[in-house]
Design a protein around this ligand. Sequence first.
Ligand SMILES: Cc1cc2nc3c(=O)[nH]c(=O)nc-3n(C[C@H](O)[C@H](O)[C@H](O)COP(=O)(O)OP(=O)(O)OC[C@H]3O[C@@H](n4cnc5c(N)ncnc54)[C@H](O)[C@@H]3O)c2cc1C
Ligand code: SF4
Length: 555
Amino acid sequence: MTLHGGSAFTRELERRNCDPAKRRWLFVPYDQLSDAIGPLSRQDPSELGIVLLESPWKAKRRPYHKQKLALVLANLRHFALEQAGRGVAVDHRVVRGSYGEGLRSIAAEKGGLTCMEPAELELRNDLAPLVREGLLEVVPHEGWLTTTADFRASQKGSAPWRMDAFYRHVRRASGWLMDDDGKPRGGKFSFDAENREAWNGEPPAARLPEFTADEVTVEVAELVTERFAAHPGDVRLASLPATGRQAIALWTWAKRECLPWFGAYEDAMSTSSRTLFHSRVSALVHLHRLLPRKLVEETCSLDIELRSKEGFVRQVLGWREFMRHVHAETDGFRSLPDGFAVPAETPVERTSAGHGAAHDTGARPSYLGARAPLPPAYWGKPSGLHCLDEVVRSVWDDAYSHHITRLMVLANLATLLDVSPRELTDWFWVAYTDAFDWVVEPNVLAMGTFGVGPLLTTKPYVSGAAYIDRMSDYCKGCAFDPRKSCPITPLYWAFLERRREQLEGNQRLRMPYATLDRRSAAERARDRRVFDHVREVLGASGHLTPQSLAQATAR
Ligand SMILES: Cc1cc2nc3c(=O)[nH]c(=O)nc-3n(C[C@H](O)[C@H](O)[C@H](O)COP(=O)(O)OP(=O)(O)OC[C@H]3O[C@@H](n4cnc5c(N)ncnc54)[C@H](O)[C@@H]3O)c2cc1C
Ligand code: SF4
């Protein structure tokens, strides 16, 4: 990813850039692209310089979706231009190897650098030697809305950790959506139970805004397409917000078109709208093109139903912050709290990834002992299961799908098939524009697969076909009948049977186990055969049909 001399970006940066002499230099990682927080927000731009790095090594470290690479790179380059435009000196470089390796000589050259604490554990570890050597000073990250002390106080110092306790604590501490008498607005902290409506086409789903790419963004798209040709997906410029203005335009659209109905249809899924009323801001929030505080404050002042307002605030102030604390507290699940240790699939591996940098392939907790490979269907081989194929197609088209598709289709099916939590996590990590270690690992290893057991969630989020049928229109276009031939329901029963030892004592699973126990021995034997058949067919890139399933599982 070496820059072409004379590229539109280089030319424009040279034109705008200022005299770098006598500046205090900051290192701004790819996901801290804001001048409204941290040292960059406080000092006179004419006294500051920022170092912005591109690391092709990092981009090639995993087969990231091309849209993800383009989104990060285009935002970084536009941020460089925006900062040069306000008088900050910009030192933009393409480095060999990791950020830490690239930064060492630059930090020495500048007489030291300051940086807000990186959100990603990978980056914190990469930069740690520079911090130890005194070349990099790390200051607190001002983008977060809560502190480690908030997290610990909310959990009374011990695990298991629960999001609702954290959320109540930070609502009280922040005062957001709280009345003067100290009570939550509307009499309760969460309206989640009311936010479970299926969507029948009304109100019309929000239509995504389209963005016009300028020369700099087009150049990034060409670069990514050419240099990362082997990576999956394509760059879609119309859905790639790259400038500060485009980020604001996306948020303005979300406030107007999505948030009024966010609550009601939060759990709905549809073939006719991949977004429904979700905001699609996650990737830009993680890059800090949009600040979480702005999102929460502006949502609180919208004139919309309280259940929508509260529902959205809970996602940003609650779930997003909670996940980040969990990741930090466990060192990315490498160190689990006392009493919550879980068997690891295989020990954490350390491999050399070229350029002399060792790289960590991540924790592999597997509470349920799941370790099967991810079926090729997740990479786009049609499986015959319409819900899965539809969502997978949308992921590879958009590098995005909303929460319920992630949880109740992709993670659900993988869990029912005993797929390795690590392998599923790595898939999410490369496929989605909003996946960074601190957020993707807790969401998949913990919430999506129950990979760390009851540390974060009371039970696995698994379901049979009835849930998918109730909350989506996927079943209407499927060769399987959700009430008769669909394999997902027997997969669900077979899962509960296989995991009886670990899950039967769980109070929240009392009813499902009672129902399972009423299934006849013949039904349970068929559930097992469905599991074996589906695993075998999907594992071999095959296509399931009601006929072949009936044949293979009949006795
Ligand atoms: C298996 C699985 C994997 C996931 N992987 C990721 C991931 O890699 N990155 C990611 O940002 N989210 C992840 N999520 C959480 C959630 O699905 C996405 O944040 C959300 O779908 C992003 O789309 P949106 O901006 O339209 O969100 P909206 O539905 O509009 O929600 C608003 C915002 O709330 C925040 N948010 C909501 N839920 C979560 C959550 N569970 N964790 C963190 N932030 C949350 C996001 O910033 C999001 O933009 C995952 C969820 C599951 C079940
Ligand atoms: S019938 Fe089963 S496989 Fe088909 S879409 Fe519905 S839940 Fe998915």
